[in-house]
Design a protein around this ligand. Structure first.
Ligand SMILES: Cc1ncc(COP(=O)(O)O)c(C=O)c1O
Length: 332
């Protein structure tokens, strides 16, 4: 990237970063992407914004604060510690912890009023014991947040977290008998971006096993980004978009990439760097480790000072382009 561009647009960011490279996250783009995703949903369906893993690298606190200000009232993170970080930053609304609820995290879940994702009765009984020890009533609502609520997760085919479909009734019964509020029941899809048949099988299992509970008004959700883009589970009570919120494809399959583009989702993150050297090389000169590139004519090669420490892996060579004032330059 040339000097003019740095002068006109980026000098402040470079000086803040104190490095010749920085990442810019456009929060408005995330909001725009959510609006696009919302258009795929039934009117009553609500968003749970997935901000796990530091909002997929976009900054969980900044993203959640911004979205909360713009009316998002449900977030999902991977771990209790991620939830605690959001509470410490003043995020007030519902925060579901997607990882399988474990006793190791129970205190952090409790203290931060996070919503655990539960797959077994053992956790439910520890959860209940903790609330009772504190002489707190799990059935009440404090500051608009249901106290002690849990999400029950059922495994419909991914074979990762979740109870088996045949066990769901006993978890629901345990909650109901002990006044533990059920925020919702969910499942997770294994390949919603490009295996419609398997996804529909998961969906059918979920709808069958949850039918009696939906009738009683218990809320349900299934859809991650791939499912939303494929319009599966988009008329249930919630959807849980992650990667698509940030404008990235749910998968590297053609479907994933095309569906993201067709929907008009835009990447919220851009990575900027100042070239540390620009070399004019003659035909036959090789460039970089493993001689990955050989000049075929007189060529201008820029050195961009980023690497492992910045999250750029060597095996990404030839997989991307850099936007410059002169148009896209291939990465080597
Ligand atoms: C249970 C659950 N729901 C939703 C998501 C969001 O998925 P995606 O980023 O594909 O939208 C995740 C992410 O891993 C997840 O674990």
């Amino acid at each position: 990237m040339g000097k003019e561009r740095n002068k006109s647009g980026f000098s402040k960011e470079f000086s803040l970063a104190r490095r010749p490279t920085f990442v810019r996250v456009n929060l408005d783009t995330i909001l725009d992407n959510l609006k696009i995703l919302k258009n795929h949903l039934a009117k009553h369906t609500e968003l749970i914004a997935v901000v796990k893993a530091n909002a997929y690298g976009h900054g969980a606190v900044a993203v959640s604060r911004f979205l909360e200000k713009h009316g998002i009232s449900h977030f999902a993170v991977a771990t209790a510690l991620e939830g605690e970080e959001l509470r410490n930053a003043g995020i007030h609304c519902n925060i579901q912890v997607l990882g399988n609820a474990s006793e190791d995290e129970i205190q952090t879940l409790y203290e931060n009023r996070l919503i655990p994702t539960v797959a077994n009765e053992k956790f439910l009984s520890s959860w209940l014991r903790l609330w009772r020890q504190q002489q707190r009533n799990t059935l009440c609502v404090e500051d608009g947040l249901p106290i002690g609520a849990v999400v029950l997760k059922v495994d419909t085919g991914m074979s990762r977290n979740g109870c088996q479909p045949s066990q769901l009734w006993s978890l629901v019964e345990y909650c109901e008998n002990n006044n533990i509020p059920i925020h919702s029941i969910m499942t997770h899809f294994a390949q919603s971006w490009d295996d419609q048949i398997f996804t529909q099988t998961q969906m059918n299992t979920f709808m069958e096993v949850t039918a009696p509970y939906r009738e009683r008004g218990i809320k349900v959700h299934v859809a991650n980004s791939g499912a939303i883009l494929n319009k599966i589970g988009v008329d249930l009570d919630y959807v849980r978009p992650g990667i698509s919120m940030y404008g990235q494809a749910p998968d590297t399959s053609d479907f994933g990439i095309n569906a993201t583009k067709t929907a008009g989702l835009k990447p919220a993150l851009s990575w900027h760097a100042k070239a540390s050297a620009v070399n004019d090389l003659e035909p036959g000169r090789v460039v970089g480790y493993d001689q990955t590139y050989r000049c075929t004519s007189n060529e201008r090669v820029a050195v961009i000072p980023i690497g492992y420490a910045d999250g750029y892996l060597r095996n990404m060579f030839k997989n991307g382009y850099v936007s410059t004032e002169d148009g896209p330059w291939q990465l080597h």
